[in-house]
Design a protein around this ligand. Structure first.
Ligand code: ATP
Length: 466
């Protein structure tokens, strides 16, 4: 996507402002002073979100013989979250600034002075580490160093679904904290209803909810977000080989989407959960530095064993050929839609100096662009031109997301489309009336070519590779 030297990582403020101004992303509940860590997607945002999901689904499910889809409920039996360990252990260490009352994640504070806290540390351990270093870290809000002790804060979001007692803490039901649990508990249904055999995968896209303590990085970390997860069930002996294949596939996925690979890197978790075999994250160079985009983890037999134990249901797999019975091991790929969206926005963002001004252009690959083609009549006051343009728009919109714009001079209209990343603009002008040709203008090169109206749709399909 980044094709010239003007392609630098934009600041987060630049992206936030473009997203709001052009209707990609709005802060939630703005007219009621906002609602922290939730965002709403506007017209172009919805289109980009669906392109992100469509592309992931295509690669993960449509192009695979061994992976099937699932859409499980957001609400599930609370016993699932006990079995998975989330009720007891899905927590982040939290401290409060005594000066300004800001709540901060202790592991995030420690990382600012180069100390990486282990995710699995107990409250006592993290507190001891924090106590030793409290004076060296500063509150990101007020800059002072005066904190309370740390305590572990559970991230699961509770609800009163089906609870008529008025007490939310009595037998709480949780909004799912990750989508993969729905996959694990449907593993038997999938085996029984489809023709998959180990190794096979189940893919799911859906909302997840977490009571994130600090959420200051726009859609990078939100309390309501969408995940795209694929859990792959393998023979224990094949776990590491399949894991390396998945890692390679996920890296290639981003490269094929047009990411500059120098903005991506692998981060290996050194301290693993006791059951995990290996855990790498793919990190992207966000405006606030390299941070997790996706997790690719080898999880051993932990998930199915836990659910077998807690549900009492046998979740072993019987190999029909070898007659071997075993609990499949799981390797997973897990990525957020919002983080992919933000990474794509940053990757695509370019500022170019042209004609004494600055052109902002989002160089999305055509398949990700929210609008594929914009159609303009050169002028508004020639009915023949307007009519042809309107007909072109009506006909093209059956094929692609298309936009009609007759507002302002043509240069401004091109700039508006550049800013939302529309790959092609079609202009109907005076020549069209004589020879039934129109111009197609390329977003990246800004070059124009004339194409006959009869050829227009086929030509755009080729260019867009649709
Ligand atoms: P982090 O360390 O950044 O909190 P995590 O390790 O808790 O992330 P996972 O539980 O592995 O994240 O979730 C898998 C993926 O889901 C992440 O790689 C990320 O893309 C996405 N994700 C997780 N939490 C959030 C969130 N609060 N907002 C947006 N996306 C998220």
């Amino acid at each position: 996507m980044r094709q010239n030297e003007n392609s630098v990582i934009p600041s987060l403020a630049t992206i936030v402002s473009l997203c709001k101004r052009r209707g990609f992303v709005f802060p939630s509940s703005e007219i009621y002073d906002g609602f922290a860590a939730v965002y709403d997607y506007g017209h172009y945002g919805v289109e980009l979100v669906s392109a992100v999901k469509r592309e992931w689904w295509k690669v993960m499910v449509q192009l695979r013989d061994d992976i099937v889809g699932l859409d499980s409920g957001i609400f599930m039996s609370p016993r699932i979250w006990e079995a998975s360990g989330h009720v007891a252990g899905f927590s982040d260490p939290l401290a409060e600034c005594k000066e300004c009352n800001a709540r901060v994640r202790v592991d995030h504070l420690l990382i600012t002075i180069g100390i990486a806290a282990d995710e699995k540390m107990s409250e006592g351990e993290i507190n001891a580490l924090f106590r030793e270093n409290k004076d060296k870290v500063k509150c990101p809000t007020c800059g002072k160093s005066n904190f309370t002790e740390a305590r572990q804060f559970n991230l699961l979001v509770k609800s009163n679904l089906g609870n008529f007692t008025g007490d939310i803490n009595k037998d709480p039901v949780y909004l799912r904290g990750e989508t993969c649990q729905g996959i694990y508990v449907n593993y038997k249904n999938v085996l029984a209803s489809s023709r998959v055999k180990v190794p096979f995968g189940i893919a799911q896209i859906g909302k997840a909810f977490r009571n994130e303590i600090t959420a200051r990085q726009f859609i990078f970390r939100t309390r309501e977000f969408e995940q795209m997860e694929m859990q792959y069930f393998v023979h224990p002996d094949q776990e590491m080989a399949e894991y390396e294949k998945l890692r390679q596939a996920r890296w290639d996925y981003y490269r094929d989407l047009g990411f500059n690979v120098s903005n991506l890197r692998w981060y290996e978790h050194e301290k693993l959960a006791f059951y995990a075999k290996r855990a790498y994250d793919i990190e992207y160079r966000f405006p606030f530095g390299f941070n997790e985009l996706e997790g690719v983890h080898a999880r051993g037999d932990y998930d199915l064993s836990q659910h077998a134990k807690h549900s009492g249901v046998d979740l072993t797999y019987l190999d029909q050929q070898t007659h071997e019975r075993y609990i499949p091991h799981i390797i997973e790929s897990s990525v957020g839609v919002g983080r992919t969206f933000l990474a794509l926005m940053c990757e695509a963002y370019c500022e170019e100096k042209i004609e004494g001004g600055t052109r902002v252009v989002l160089r999305f690959p055509p398949k990700m662009a929210p609008v594929k083609v914009a159609v303009f009549p050169l002028v508004r006051n020639r009915p023949e031109i307007v009519e042809i343009a309107s007909n072109v728009h009506k006909s093209l919109r059956r094929q692609f997301m298309c936009e009609f714009d007759d507002n302002g001079n043509i240069g401004k209209r091109y700039r508006r489309q550049d800013e939302i990343g529309t790959p092609y603009c079609v202009t109907v002008d005076y020549t069209t009336i004589d020879d039934r040709t129109v111009t197609i203008r390329d977003r990246d090169s800004m070059r124009q070519e004339r194409v006959s109206l009869d050829q227009l749709e086929a030509c755009l399909k080729t260019k867009l590779a649709i």
